[in-house]
Structure formats: structure tokens, C-alpha cells
Design a protein around this ligand. Structure first.
Ligand SMILES: NC(=O)C1=CN([C@@H]2O[C@H](COP(=O)(O)OP(=O)(O)OC[C@H]3O[C@@H](n4cnc5c(N)ncnc54)[C@H](OP(=O)(O)O)[C@@H]3O)[C@@H](O)[C@H]2O)C=CC1
Ligand SMILES: CC(=O)N[C@@H](CCC(=O)OP(=O)(O)O)C(=O)O
Length: 348
């Protein structure tokens, strides 16, 4: 059994890690931390885990965490970077769900996250954890930086087009919408039922912190010589609990020579356990992935003109965070990639 520690067990990604790992055949959570709830049984706070998880929350302690084979950070950005040098020195491997190690340039990170990076010397060791194009690097990684939820949905939708250099990469336009759990459990007025319910609004249109992460990862997918990807990214808040829907508009470099896009997408993801290309003409919907690690994608070329539309949906807490983190753990430890993740989405 792989011994697992979780730092930050009281947030939504922490409880999602517990839900998935409690049924994992080859991993067992042995430590779960919370400073505010130390000493309290996990199942007292999250009653869905009664009968499945017997642990109590404990204070974060590097020596105890260092006895685990792998430690997940489900903490706000700025936390993992401070514990990382001491924790990696124990020999444990780390999977960070926060944004601390996603961006390679610490100055760029500092500008978007309004704080100085506490551990720039370890950033180069981090592998960006998108299995669909980083699988080999993830196998060897000691530190995996899990992608953000919006970046995951957007990257998977654009991967086949950018790898083949088929679109005008400097003018990509993305509208994406997220359920309210995307904002975490630390309540803000905007996420009250009475504020978010029966409403739909954009936010961050002038620049969202996921923009540099999205552009960095899209550029990593592009073949040498391509024009570096630039995106206009507008996120929206949807009055639902889980789910992300991303709509991406990309102009073909040459609409007359485009390959069959449906076949291109189906072939690119044929061997991917967690990407499902929908049949031609079918629109994906967030509830078809709720609670599952699947990303469902559709591609359209309306009126056969030169704008390609890609629709992608994920559950922000599963493929967008904790499910992808478990998928990365499975790859790092040579396990079946779907271990603990073979879950059918909850529908209706
Ligand atoms: N929600 C989502 O859809 C997604 C979230 N993420 C990222 O995952 C991370 C976790 O998010 P989420 O689950 O929403 O939870 P929160 O951001 O609300 O994190 C809360 C957890 O972190 C712990 N924590 C906070 N500060 C510290 C600290 N200084 N030292 C140790 N532990 C600390 C808290 O416990 P306590 O204070 O009691 O110690 C609590 O358990 C964030 O970085 C988020 O950006 C990534 C993808 C999707
Ligand atoms: C609805 C909502 O507020 N979403 C969050 C993003 C959620 C997320 O998961 O971002 P990280 O992975 O980088 O934490 C936001 O827009 O900031």
C-alpha cells in the first residue's frame, strides 16, 4: 500500500481526495492535516466519509508527512512552497494542487499572485501534471504541479489543434464558466446562494491569474517555429456546485487544408483513459462528468468557415483538481492509471 499524506484536508479538493482515495485499491491515506480542526475526526466534518475514513485531522508536521510515500498539498497558493524544501529532503514525493509550482518564471508568478515566490530554486524540478502530454516526465517526477481547473479544460480542448499547428495561435479566444466550488470553501459574499444563485456573470475579464499558466502550457504543446500562443480568456461564474464548461474559438490558418477535425480529435485521444471525444454534432454537458475524472470534448467547424469551436467539460474538483492529482500519483507509482478513478459520473 502506498502511504499518502494530505496537507489541507478541510477544503473542497481535500475532501475530494479523500472520497477518491478511500476506494483506491493500492493507496491509503495515513495523515491528513488541518490547523483549525486538529484532533477532530474527519468524518465528523464530512459526514459522507462516515464508515469510510477513520482518521482525525492533525497539525501539519514535516517529520510525520515525510514518512509518507507521497504528500498531496490541497492548500491555498503560498503554502506548499514554504514547506517544500524540508519535505522533499525527507525523500517523499509531492503532488501540489495549488498554483505554487505551475509557472516556470518566478517573477511572472509573483506578478500574478501578488507575492514573492518563497522557493524559486525548486520550480525547475516541478513537472506540470497534465498526463495527456507529460506522462513520461510525470513517471520520474519528485514534485508534480497539478494544473488549474480552467487550464485543464482549455489545454485538452486545444491540444490536437496546437500540436499540428493548424490554427492562428496568437488570437485564441476562450469563454469558460465554473461552478462555485472552484472558488474554494473559504466563503466570500459573491458565492452565497443569494448572490450566485439565479445569476450568470463574467469576472476577471481584464486578466485572470490562470492566463500565464494557460499560455505557458499551450506554448509547450506547440511544435518549434510556431507563433507563441496568446489567449483572450474570460471566466464566468455559474450557479452550480461542480463543473467547468470551456468554449474555445480558434481560426484555422488555412480552412481549405484542414484535416477531418472529428477524426483528428478521436485519434489524438484514442488511448487516453480520461478524455472522451463526443460523437460528431453532440454537445458535451457538465453533468455528464460530475464526480468523474473524465473530460468530454466536441469539435465543430460551423458552416465550414475558418473558425473552429471546441467545447470541453470537466468536473473542476475531479479532473480539474483531485482526480487529476490521483491520476498523476498512479503514473508516478507505476499503477493502473484509472486505479481509484473508475467512477461513473453522477447523473441526473
Ligand atoms: N476548488 C477547485 O476547484 C480547485 C482548487 N485548486 C487549488 O487547490 C488548492 C485547495 O483548494 P480548496 O480545496 O478549494 O481549499 P482551500 O483553498 O479553501 O484550502 C483550505 C485548506 O488548506 C489548509 N491551509 C490553509 N492555510 C494553510 C497553511 N498555512 N498551512 C497548512 N495548511 C493550510 C486549510 O486548513 P487549516 O487552515 O485548518 O490548516 C484547509 O484544509 C488551492 O490552491 C486551490 O487554488 C485547484 C484546482 C481546482
Ligand atoms: C469559480 C472560481 O472562482 N474559480 C477560481 C479558479 C479555481 C481554481 O481551481 O484555480 P486554481 O486551480 O488555480 O486554484 C478562480 O477563478 O480563481
Amino acid at each position: 500500500m502506498i502511504k499518502v499524506g494530505i496537507v489541507g484536508g478541510t477544503g473542497y479538493t481535500g475532501v475530494e481526495l479523500l472520497r477518491l482515495l478511500s476506494k483506491h485499491p493500492e493507496a491509503e491515506v495515513v495523515v491528513i492535516t488541518s490547523r483549525a480542526e486538529a484532533g477532530i475526526p474527519v468524518a465528523d466534518l464530512y459526514t459522507n466519509l462516515r464508515g469510510h475514513v477513520d482518521l482525525c485531522f492533525t497539525e501539519p508536521d514535516v517529520a510525520t508527512l515525510g514518512e509518507c510515500d507521497v504528500v498531496f498539498f490541497a492548500t491555498p497558493h503560498g503554502v506548499a512552497q514554504n514547506l517544500m524544501p524540508a519535505l522533499l529532503a525527507t525523500g517523499t514525493r509531492v503532488i501540489d494542487l495549488s498554483a505554487d509550482f505551475r509557472i516556470r518564471d518566478p517573477e511572472l508568478w509573483a506578478r500574478w499572485y501578488n507575492q514573492t515566490h518563497g522557493c524559486p530554486e525548486l520550480i525547475s524540478q516541478a513537472v506540470y501534471g497534465v498526463p495527456e502530454y507529460q506522462r513520461e516526465a510525470i513517471k520520474q517526477a519528485r514534485l508534480v504541479a497539478c494544473p488549474g481547473c480552467y487550464p485543464t479544460a482549455i489545454q485538452l480542448g486545444l491540444l490536437p489543434l496546437l500540436e499540428q499547428n493548424l490554427v492562428d495561435s496568437e488570437h485564441l479566444i476562450i469563454d469558460a464558466a465554473s461552478g462555485a466550488t472552484g472558488a474554494g470553501r473559504q466563503g466570500k459574499v459573491d458565492f452565497l446562494l443569494t448572490e450566485a444563485g439565479d445569476n450568470f456573470k463574467a469576472y476577471g475579464a481584464g486578466g485572470h491569474r490562470h492566463l500565464p499558466e494557460i499560455e505557458q502550457s499551450l506554448r509547450d504543446m506547440q511544435p518549434a517555429g510556431s507563433k507563441p500562443a496568446q489567449v483572450t480568456f474570460v471566466p464566468h461564474l455559474l450557479p452550480m456546485i461542480r463543473g467547468i464548461h470551456a468554449t474555445t474559438y480558434a481560426r484555422a490558418l488555412d480552412a481549405n487544408t484542414l484535416p477531418d477535425l472529428q477524426a483528428l480529435f478521436e485519434e489524438r485521444f484514442a488511448d487516453e483513459p480520461f478524455v472522451d471525444v463526443m460523437p460528431a454534432g453532440v454537445h458535451p454537458q457538465t453533468r455528464s462528468v460530475k464526480g468523474s475524472n473524465m473530460c468530454r470534448i466536441s469539435v465543430f467547424q460551423p458552416q465550414q468557415r475558418d473558425t473552429i469551436v471546441v467545447l470541453s467539460v470537466i468536473d473542476n474538483l475531479t479532473k480539474g483538481a483531485s482526480g487529476q492529482a490521483v491520476q498523476n500519483m498512479n503514473i508516478m507509482f507505476g499503477l493502473a492509471e484509472n486505479a481509484g478513478l473508475d467512477v461513473v459520473a453522477l447523473l441526473p
